[in-house]
Design a protein around this ligand. Structure first.
Ligand SMILES: *Cc1c(COP(=O)(O)O)cnc(C)c1O
Length: 356
């Protein structure tokens, strides 16, 4: 064994770094990014705001103006506090760190967002992945049995779920919240701009619920800003494990400015919802193709041979996500981010050719 192998934890030695494929020159439909960018006049004004930021100073640890603006614009209910993360990825890590008692477990339906499991493993906790039903909905008998027997500390429910795209049934989620009074249920609403449904109005209703959001899928993936809303008792504990200056000054200034302009981003989201419906309909009539219902800015699609289709798209310079090996429920599935109209047209043309 080398020194490195003796020092580094075996779980880390066994991992690979989070892989992001090089997308230079490609139609990028793999990462649920908003394709539009800011209108030029907004970008110019943003530039002026950012130029005025004092880069020599540390950021405010709890930037009150930004917190107030988020509360107002995102309709965070009274009775809730807000915690900011460097992306919701960081919030997920903070939750795992704060709950990392020996023997504790974190539960999530699978297939689900990979960071739930990764943060669990890195915090030395046990991950309980409960498979979804064949319809990609919550398998309630299995969920309730896992909660009763394995007593997880934290339960993640993504609403809608990634990579499946579906919203879980509200009644089933309520049943899970009621069945787990000794756990924290985290509802992850990363795709809320495309779902038009939200648990946010209920974020203070239950003693064991918090709601997590991000501005990434709304069109600001580059600034890395996530937020967690919930009862002050929970937020105060997670705040203790937050790296002191986790939200940098440029992100704070950009978010404060752009939250005033959220109507621009909301209109882009509405456009993507319309594109999603058109793309889903066009895909559904292709031979041998199954499109799953989606409330997100991506579509999970099953093909006769996903590997072959993925390669054909790559050859056509279109990058999507091949999720077919992630879980048996995703066999032969690709996850296609909904892009701008001309990108979706390119995707459809390449798919028609590949399936012919
Ligand atoms: C993309 C995504 C996130 C991560 O968001 P960031 O704020 O960019 O870290 C969280 N949860 C789900 C389900 C996602 O798909």
């Amino acid at each position: 064994m080398t020194v490195i192998q003796t020092i580094i934890r075996p779980e880390v030695l066994a991992m690979s770094s989070y892989a992001v494929q090089d997308a230079a020159g490609m139609v990028k439909l793999d990462a649920m990014e908003n394709p539009f960018g800011l209108p030029p006049e907004l970008a110019a004004e943003l530039g002026r705001r950012l130029a005025a930021v004092a880069l020599n100073r540390y950021p405010a640890p709890r930037p009150q103006a930004l917190l107030d603006k988020l509360r107002e614009v995102m309709h965070v209910p009274s009775g809730c506090e807000i915690l900011l993360g460097n992306g919701s990825d960081e919030l997920i890590s903070m939750i795992a760190t704060a709950c990392a008692k020996p023997g504790a477990a974190i539960l999530a339906p699978v297939p689900g967002f990979v960071m739930y499991q990764m943060s669990t493993v890195l915090a030395n906790l046990e991950f309980i992945g409960v498979p979804l039903s064949a319809e990609l909905q919550l398998d309630m008998p299995a969920m309730l049995a896992a909660i009763a027997t394995q007593r997880p500390a934290v339960i993640y429910l993504a609403y809608p779920n990634n990579p499946t795209g579906a919203l879980f049934e509200v009644a089933a989620m309520e049943q899970i919240i009621a069945a787990a009074p000794n756990a924290l249920v985290v509802i992850d609403e990363a795709y809320q701009p495309f779902a038009e449904r939200s648990w946010m109005p209920r974020a203070a209703e239950f003693p064991n619920l918090v709601v997590m959001r991000t501005v990434s899928k709304l069109g600001l993936a580059g600034i890395r800003l996530g937020y967690l809303a919930g009862r002050p008792e929970w937020i105060a504990e997670f705040d203790k494990v937050r790296p002191p200056y986790n939200i940098n000054v440029l992100t704070q200034a950009a978010a404060e400015f752009l939250l005033d302009q959220v109507a621009v981003l909301d209109a882009q989201a509405a456009q993507l919802r319309a594109e999603r419906e058109q793309l889903a309909q066009a895909l559904a009539v292709l031979p041998g193709v199954t499109v799953f219902p989606s409330a997100a800015n991506f579509l999970l699609v099953r093909f006769p041979d996903a590997g072959k289709i993925f390669e054909a798209l790559l050859a056509a310079r279109i990058l999507v996500k091949n999720v077919s090996k992630m879980h048996v429920l995703l066999t032969n599935c690709l996850r296609l981010t909904v892009g701008a109209s001309h990108e979706n047209a390119q995707l459809l043309a390449a798919l028609r050719a590949a399936l012919a």
